[in-house]
Write a protein that binds this ligand. Structure first.
Ligand SMILES: [Zn+2]
Length: 147
């Protein structure tokens, strides 16, 4: 992880924190082209009643149409679910920086097997925020991961 990665992951974390304060699932995401932010977003499932609006999906929707994703990195405070993993592959995003995969994970190797560079920060703040959310709102979390 370089300094831009750390800075952009922090912005994804701040999005996650905003989501927590809104009563939603605290997962934030940033789409960047090099050091430059294309878009940022956060899980909107509770806020908008949209089950597909995961953090990554929200950021990608806000980015609008892109001619290519081949020069982008997707940052996410929490390891991507299968829906978001599929979208990363569908869009050809070559690089993903993950805040943490202690609270949720499992698709990292699948992404790597498809040629995606995957970096895992093991960020203490990301872990702590997600752990707090899971402990405080276990039903909401269970709904998010369809359990
Ligand atoms: Zn997802």
């Amino acid at each position: 992880m370089n300094d831009d990665d750390k800075r952009l992951l922090r912005i994804a974390y701040n999005e996650a924190k905003l989501g927590f304060e809104e009563g939603g699932c605290p997962i934030g995401s940033v789409l960047a082209r090099g050091a430059e932010i294309v878009s940022q977003g956060r899980n909107q499932r509770v806020q908008k009643g949209d089950p597909i609006a995961h953090g990554e999906m929200d950021a990608l929707r806000k980015a609008g149409r892109q001619k290519t994703y081949r020069d982008t990195t997707l940052y996410t405070s929490l390891s991507p679910c299968m829906m978001c993993t599929g979208t990363i592959l569908q869009f050809g995003i070559p690089r993903v920086v993950i805040g943490e995969n202690k609270n949720f994970g499992g698709n990292e190797e699948f992404l790597r097997s498809k040629g995606v560079e995957v970096l895992i920060a093991n960020d203490e703040d990301c872990i702590e925020l997600m752990t707090k959310f899971i402990n405080e709102k276990p039903e909401l979390w269970a709904e998010d991961i369809a359990e």
